[in-house]
Design a protein around this ligand. Structure first.
Ligand SMILES: [Zn+2]
Length: 139
């Protein structure tokens, strides 16, 4: 179970909407399965349907989490696809030990799901949004 308050969920969705049609990316800091804060990062991927976190942003956010003892949970968006790992996400499996959050703008309301992406398995972690009802999360 990963708990996201509705304000943070709305910020992830707003970031995804702002970057559409490109993917957005960033990092959610968490403690004990509960999100504390969301930090946007620059997506430097040349392709519209990919993300690649700017190396400096990635370094800074990784360090910020390390220094504070927070869990590093990268997020990115799927502007037109479902909130589940794409083939590219599965193949890259960039952070096998990190919970990765995917924001989908495909449906109404937008959807936020979380996964561990390992070379041999994809394991979903249930996301619970606490607070406002889903309609309030519309960008
Ligand atoms: Zn993806």
């Amino acid at each position: 179970m990963f708990v996201l308050n509705s304000e943070l969920a709305a910020r992830l969705i707003a970031h995804a909407a702002a970057e559409r049609p490109r993917e957005c990316c960033g990092v959610v800091a968490a403690v004990n399965g509960r999100a504390l804060a969301a930090y946007p990062a620059r997506n430097v991927a040349p392709e519209p349907d990919r993300f690649s976190m700017h190396p400096q942003d990635l370094y800074d956010l990784y360090r910020l989490c390390e220094e504070n003892g927070w869990d590093f949970c990268p997020y990115h968006s799927h502007p037109r696809g479902p909130a589940c790992p794409s083939d590219t996400d599965r193949v890259l499996a960039l952070w096998p030990d990190a919970l990765q959050i995917i924001v989908s703008l495909q449906g109404v309301p937008p959807e936020v799901r979380a996964f561990y992406l390992r070379a041999d398995a994809v394991v979903e972690e249930e996301v619970r949004v606490e607070g406002a009802p889903p309609a309030a999360l519309l960008p």
